[in-house]
Design a protein around this ligand. Sequence first.
Ligand code: ADP
Ligand code: MG
Length: 496
Amino acid sequence: MREQPNAAPRGTSWSPPEGWEAVIGLEVHAQLATDSKLFSSAPHAFGASPNSQTTEVDLGLPGVLPAINRRAVELAVRAALALGCELQRESLFARKHYFYPDLPKGYQISQYERPFALGGGVPIESGGQARTIELTRIHLEEDAGKSIHDPAVTGGGVTHVDLNRAGVPLIEIVSEPQIRGPAEAGAYLRSLRSLLRYLDACSGDMEKGCFRCDANVSVRRSGEERLGTRTELKNLNSFRFVEKAIEFEIERQIELIEDGGAVVQQTRGWDERAGRSYEMRTKEQAEDYRYFPDPDLPPLALDEEWIERLRAGLPELPGSRRARYVADWGLSEEVARVLTEEREVADFFERLVADYPDAKSASGWVARDVLELRAAAGRSLVELPLEPRALAALLRLVDAGRVSPASGREILAELAARGGDPEKIMLERGLEAVADSGELAGLAREVLAAHPRQVEQYRSGQQKLFNFFVGQMMKATRGKASPPVVQQVLRETLDE
Ligand code: ADP
Ligand code: MG
């Protein structure tokens, strides 16, 4: 998926009606970007043919034993460190029992009473305010398989079971009930996803189910301390759906209570087409799962020295980069946020600035033009042939007035499509700015002669008509005139 990373969080326009308050806690399942599964050596590439990515462990055959994937633990620990959690020196795996055809063991291996990480928080910014949503815990668990009911796939009348996803490593990140509305929930998810992607811990690919969210929602009267009864919205897999589903659910609960009813604790789904949530099942309680420590797995012990090594290996995180861009380069918070949300964009930008130190001018070209080109190409920035060094050379041509900004964009599109040398592209395509002041002065006289009324108005004090003349010059040269030279000759010609 080529997500739109810089789609701003929805405005804070929506809020619960007067006298009501919404309380939201999010549970995020993030798939760890490992080569193999949590307890088996099977790979878990997306889209592989059904049941091709399984070993005896994933099939739940008798007599086999799970063995923990060190890389999965490493990625989980990196995430917990970056989120400021307290890592537990020893944690336990537990069996969570339920029956499902796509769960051949009859239980899912998860962590329950003793997860590997407690506390921590996700920094968010919503409605211009920065704060941190605290985390309850993070635990490691395996994913379940998939039941396929779609008659287009099965031929109808039967259900197929695909165990490729069974055993895929997940971390579940559980927030405290501190989120106040749909916009904050969106901000939380964007921040968390950005962070996990920085760490290479999770692809964040929501369409492939690598980052999914359950939203717990309750409402209470303003001033009330006690939490209301919550419902849990299951498996929301896009930011927009999360925000819409939460908004709908808040309104539904308030209406229910105002009509004299009560919210029933239950699990609900989101029907995007109908724009409403619907009941799936009344919520099961923890005791229904008969959790107990998995006797096949020893406690997970985290070595202090290893943790410190992982801590030292963390990359600079988006928040710190954003602050640096604002403080050192004078960028606005908004532009800094767009540039730092994804590591590849921030890396690209920093390589550009190393070569072309006017960070402010560079920021506009990256935050707007480069990201647009990337979205249009549907590829990641590293996959595009565009090199920061080539963009730096292009910006120097623009600064020197040899290429107009409009032509510069055309050259940039070519760099993004095929790479190359900006000056060569400029010459090949005849995009060199018309900078010959003699030629432009002639043109300026023609332009002024064609607009006598505007010239008169300008001379009688309407200074802003100057830009009108600049526009006419640009039109006449099809955007190829060098802006500084145009301005200069226009001034001279108007003063004649
Ligand atoms: P479970 O495992 O049954 O889903 P948890 O106690 O782990 O239950 O809570 C899950 C999530 O629900 C947490 O993110 C928590 O913050 C949130 N939560 C708990 N109570 C409420 C409530 N009354 N309103 C909104 N969110 C809640
Ligand atoms: Mg839950």
